[in-house]
Design a protein around this ligand. Structure first.
Ligand code: NI
Length: 178
């Protein structure tokens, strides 16, 4: 296994649509998955998409810790190939997002609150789930990478774009959590 180099904003692979994966059980694909998981952990990310490690494939990995979820249930480590998302109602939430390909920055992005998503797992079997809140946000953010979209292109107002370090400093000064 290896920690992979992360493509930063400006790398054309981040702006290109990714290709479907024909066989998730292919050994080369399994090696890519193992390396992406190691890279995500090393970078302290909650999600990573294959274009971020310079592979133009429809593959995302994510793991959501319990403390990030309103429902209080952790989302287990998920590997998803060829994902498709649909909004299950009209409601949207706006919250801060960050991205390993845009280090240091954070900005407010509207996302569907309640979605269904479907794709293939590492064993090639169908994974089909519903997601709300932060779980739904992570899935939408990662799947956007497969469309060649970074969160900045979903921001209705670039005025909320900020350095995370600066926001944390302000929050600490006010003595409340972000
Ligand atoms: Ni990202």
């Amino acid at each position: 296994m290896a920690v992979l180099d992360i493509a930063l904003m400006g790398n054309p692979i981040l702006a290109r649509p990714a290709a479907p994966v024909e066989d998730p059980t292919d050994p080369q694909v399994s090696e890519l998955v193992a390396n992406m998981l190691e890279t995500m952990v090393a970078a302290h990310g909650v999600g990573l998409a294959a274009p971020q490690v310079k592979q133009g494939l429809q593959l995302v990995v994510f793991e959501v810790p319990a403390e990030r979820l309103a429902e209080g249930r952790a989302l287990p480590l998920t590997v998803l190939f060829n994902p498709v998302i649909e909004a299950l109602d009209e409601a949207m939430d706006e919250a801060y997002e960050a991205c390993l390909s845009v280090p240091g920055l954070t900005g407010r992005v509207p996302r569907w609150r309640h979605i269904g998503y479907r794709g293939l797992g590492v064993d090639g079997k169908v994974i089909e789930r519903e997601a709300i809140g932060f779980h739904a946000r992570v899935v939408q953010h990662e799947c956007d990478h497969l469309l060649g979209r970074l969160y900045l292109t979903r921001m209705p107002d670039l005025a909320s774009l900020a350095y995370g370090q600066e926001l944390r400093r302000l929050v600490q000064a006010e003595g409340e959590g972000l």
